[in-house]
Design a protein around this ligand. Structure first.
Ligand code: ADP
Length: 303
């Protein structure tokens, strides 16, 4: 039995932030797709016109580094979003102990991540939920951003479902201090955490609570001073922390090249106004110096 007269539902791929994800066949094109069923019954306002308009914008956005939203339709009280099917994700790559990631491989994965983010930011859309399992990898090794724009349409996921513990590890200090107005720098911080995770092969800052997350950040980079970040004092949840000095970044990433470390440090600048932008990061010498990024087809992937 087909959904919307077009999609043949296959197995459940997993349960995500917004609902169940199925594998399906698009009978119109023969293409394998992933259908995300979004529970709208549970939401107070349901899917309003703003949400539908934004979904239409996402459908029009086509870029090699963004997962394509092929179709969107309501069905039995749920909103169905149809995406291109992707084989794996960056989390699976990072976790796979049989995979060796060379410096060139890490550079390639980070570059594709930043290229995807650059597309978002050029359209004035924040991703807001950057984490390795939202970076999907296709059969050709191409990495694409998933769940792009969904946070803005359906509300920030971390507040809605408690199983979303991982998202915390990628949260920027301004978000943890309760900033209501924030910008693309939150995605840069998260991308920095993903870069660090590629280098370390484990999540970099694994806070057990929001307070603990700030503690982990301060232990790595030192407590921010007002000289480093003036506006911090005015953030809603700002509290003074006991001063901790920053250890040398090199001591945390003994294997990273000097260029890698320089870029990493700039992605973790406390003041979001001074943090490197995605475009500046893409223009950093890390990407133009040897070793050059591995071509996607040659990137290691889980067996
Ligand atoms: P989360 O909200 O936790 O990030 P998702 O809703 O994105 O999770 O995805 C839930 C599950 O469906 C995951 O196991 C993910 O790997 C899988 N999935 C999501 N999108 C796709 C896709 N386009 N192709 C293949 N699998 C997907």
């Amino acid at each position: 039995k087909k959904v919307a007269g077009r999609y043949l539902k296959k197995e459940v791929l997993g349960e995500g932030t917004y609902g169940v994800v199925y594998r399906a066949i698009d009978t119109k094109t023969g293409q394998v797709v992933a259908i995300k069923k979004i529970r709208i019954g549970k939401q107070k306002e349901g899917v309003n016109f703003t949400a539908l308009r934004e979904i239409k914008l996402l459908k029009e956005l086509k870029d090699p580094h963004i997962i394509e939203l092929i179709d969107a339709f309501p069905h039995k009280g749920n909103l169905h979003l149809v995406f291109e099917f992707m084989e794996t994700d960056l989390e699976a790559v990072i976790r796979d102990r049989n995979i060796f990631l060379s410096p060139a491989d890490i550079k390639s994965y980070l570059q594709m991540t930043l290229k995807g983010l650059a597309v978002c930011h050029k359209k004035w859309v924040l991703h807001r939920d950057m984490k390795p399992n939202n970076l999907l990898i296709g059969s050709n090794g191409q990495l694409k951003l998933a769940d792009f724009g969904l946070a803005r349409i359906f509300g920030s996921p971390d507040r809605r479902f408690t199983h979303q513990v991982f998202a915390r590890w990628y949260r920027s200090p301004e978000l943890l201090f309760g900033a209501k107005q924030y910008g693309p720098a939150v995605d840069v911080w998260a991308a920095g955490c993903i870069f660090a995770e590629l280098l370390l092969r484990r999540p970099f800052l694994q806070g057990q609570s929001d307070i603990d997350q700030l503690g982990k950040i301060f232990a790595a980079f030192g407590t921010p001073t007002t000289a480093q970040w003036q506006d911090m004092l005015f953030l809603p949840d700002y509290v003074e922390y006991q001063y901790v000095p920053a250890p040398p970044l090199r001591s945390l990433f003994p294997m990273a090249s000097d260029d890698a470390l320089d870029l990493l440090a700039k992605m973790f600048i406390y003041d979001p106004k001074n943090r490197i932008t995605v475009q500046q990061a893409l223009d950093h010498r890390y990407f133009t110096s040897a070793p050059f990024p591995t071509v996607p087809e040659k990137l290691p992937r889980p067996a």
